[in-house]
Design a protein around this ligand. Structure first.
Ligand SMILES: C[S@@+](CC[C@H](N)C(=O)[O-])C[C@H]1O[C@@H](n2cnc3c(N)ncnc32)[C@H](O)[C@@H]1O
Length: 259
């Protein structure tokens, strides 16, 4: 399930900003015609398709079959492969030909253990290969997760699990990258408070990105839980006159596979 039960259509329609914000990463990567590029945690394939259109030979990899099914339907010109980033050698993807680069947007923080994943990426990259990624950074969606936990407590469901993502500081991620065989050329952390789509509440955000928690909430308790989460989110400043927002914090890096 790759940390979440993904609803591919809802992801693109209601939370499409996640992918769109990743578009700027493509400039950092600067994909070149003919290069073999891995899109790790490619989701519904937006960036894999964009890099293919630039002439790169892209392999989009994801662990979630529903995301892959939509990626294949929307972008039949791209090769998509099902693999878990924790699989040794990423399921042997780099055996025949190493990748010149790895791109990853909004996906690495779902992948644990992170040190295993980074070593796997290194193992499929050529020496001097580029690894360009954006992921959740330290403090990412802290207010949203606290609102979910608070809301669960308010309705007596505090025992339910909430998935824990890997949201590192720059220093933590740089140390992991170096230990995995990368030289870090750039790493930066920044806040990205993000307006949610019209009609989407904080509780709706948790329904999508914390679907595993919601799946075990009895159906007849769900409206009550949504109200409790939204109350908590208002207290945490996630609702303004303009609507609901998410307290995203991102970490971007460029790392080079050391020879
Ligand atoms: C928020 S989506 C991002 C999708 C896409 N990169 C984008 O920018 O729209 C995160 C993706 O990472 C994938 N993912 C999470 N954990 C994974 C793992 N261990 N191995 C492979 N893919 C994983 C999920 O299935 C999901 O498609």
């Amino acid at each position: 399930m790759a940390g979440n039960a993904w609803d591919a259509r809802e992801y693109d329609e209601q939370f499409g900003f996640v992918g769109r914000y990743g578009d700027a990463l493509l400039d950092l990567l600067d994909p070149r015609p003919g290069e073999r590029i891995l899109d790790l945690g490619c989701g519904t394939g937006r960036h894999a398709a964009a890099m293919t259109a630039l002439g790169a030979r892209v392999v989009g990899v994801d662990a979630d079959e529903r995301m892959l099914a939509k990626a294949r339907a929307d972008h039949p010109e791209v090769e998509f492969v099902a693999a878990n980033a924790t699989d040794p050698g990423l399921g042997s993807l780099g055996v025949n030909e190493p990748f010149a680069a790895c791109f990853s947007n909004a996906a690495l923080h779902w992948m644990t253990p992170q040190d295993t994943v980074l070593r796997n990426v290194r193992s499929v990259l050529a020496d001097s290969g580029r690894f360009v990624a954006e992921m959740g950074g330290a403090g990412n969606i802290a207010a949203l997760d606290a609102s979910l936990r608070g809301g669960l407590g308010d309705v007596g469901l505090e025992a339910l699990d909430v998935v824990a993502n890997h949201f590192p500081t720059v220093g933590e991620q740089a140390a992991l990258l170096e230990a995995a065989g990368f030289r870090v050329e750039m790493a930066t952390w920044f806040r990205r408070p993000t307006p949610l789509a019209a009609g989407t509440t904080a509780a709706d955000w948790t329904r999508h990105f914390r679907a595993g928690t919601w799946a075990v909430v009895p159906v007849e308790r769900r409206d009550e839980l949504a109200e409790a989460i939204n109350r908590r989110a208002v207290e945490r400043g996630l609702r303004t006159a303009d609507g609901w927002s998410a307290d995203y914090c991102r970490l971007r890096f460029v790392a080079i596979a050391a020879g």
